[in-house]
Design a protein around this ligand. Structure first.
Ligand SMILES: Nc1ncnc2c1ncn2[C@@H]1O[C@H](COP(=O)(O)OP(=O)(O)O)[C@@H](O)[C@H]1O
Ligand SMILES: [Mg+2]
Length: 247
């Protein structure tokens, strides 16, 4: 089996008395596309924070491509090939789309090499995303769905090996969600990245990924192929009563 690009060993995060993440283990291989779902407050975002160095785990270890980065800051994770988006969009609204991607390139991109041409410069990243004609448009003037794409572009600018996406389809229309799912599949198939995708829109995610992890009250309650996970009694139970939220 090839070396994992990302490995979390029994990661926990406590906020005072609350265990937001409780002993989660996850191993993601090269070019794997893994979905993460779970009810609100399940610990998904907090877990992502530990995988990207935004937050040090209270217990457990995080490995990136064979290096133990537990407790290291976010820029070290970026240098080792981890890039992410945030649940609350973080584009520079007054800057052009192209300059936003350039910022991503400057942040960690120059220090890393990536074999794929799509990572060469801001223009090729915008081209990959279908944003080339909006290169000169101020990020804040782009419609929400395009801003979400731009965030992904900023993350790609860091030339990652693994991309973490936190609810990039939130607030989008049904057809925009579908387009986002297609793009995420292309990030893996065309750029060869491993992708871990948190999404609230469970159905679109399950149609797109080959593996899905379910978090509930900080714990991992399922990890497997979508068809099996969707039928898992523990998963059905976790979603009971909030079914309508996710359709
Ligand atoms: N900085 C923080 N301080 C205290 N509690 C937090 C903090 N961040 C998250 N939490 C709590 O941790 C739990 C998990 O939150 P989060 O990871 O955002 O869940 P999800 O992304 O699955 O909705 C929630 O109960 C949330 O209120
Ligand atoms: Mg969240």
């Amino acid at each position: 089996m090839p070396e994992a690009v990302l490995r979390a060993e029994w990661v926990s995060v406590s906020f005072g008395g609350l265990r937001a993440v409780d002993g989660v283990a996850l191993e993601v291989g090269p070019r794997e596309l893994v979905g993460v779902i779970g009810p609100n407050g399940a610990g998904k975002t907090t877990f992502f924070h530990t995988l990207s160095g935004v937050l040090a785990p209270t217990a457990g270890r995080i490995w990136v491509a064979g290096a133990d980065l537990t407790g290291r800051p976010a820029h070290v994770f970026a240098m080792h090939g981890v890039a992410r988006t945030f649940q609350t969009p973080r584009v520079f609204r007054g800057m052009s789309a192209e300059d936003n991607v350039r910022f991503g390139l400057a942040f960690a991109g120059r220090r890393r090499r990536h074999p794929h041409d799509a990572f060469d410069d801001a223009r090729s990243i915008l081209g990959f995303l279908g944003l080339r004609s909006e290169a000169a448009v101020a990020a804040g003037a782009l419609p929400p769905a395009r801003q979400r794409l731009l965030e992904i572009g900023m993350a790609l600018g860091a030339r990652p090996q693994v991309l973490l996406l936190d609810e990039v389809a939130a607030g989008l229309t049904e057809s925009e969600v579908q387009a986002t799912a297609k793009l995420i599949a292309r990030v893996r198939s065309e750029l060869g990245l491993a992708v871990i995708w948190i999404e609230h829109a469970v159905r679109a995610l399950l149609d797109c990924v080959e593996r899905v992890v379910v978090l509930h009250q900080g714990r991992k309650i399922a990890d497997g192929v979508p068809r099996a996970v969707a039928r898992d009694p523990a998963v059905v139970e976790a979603y009971l009563g909030i079914e309508g939220e996710h359709t």
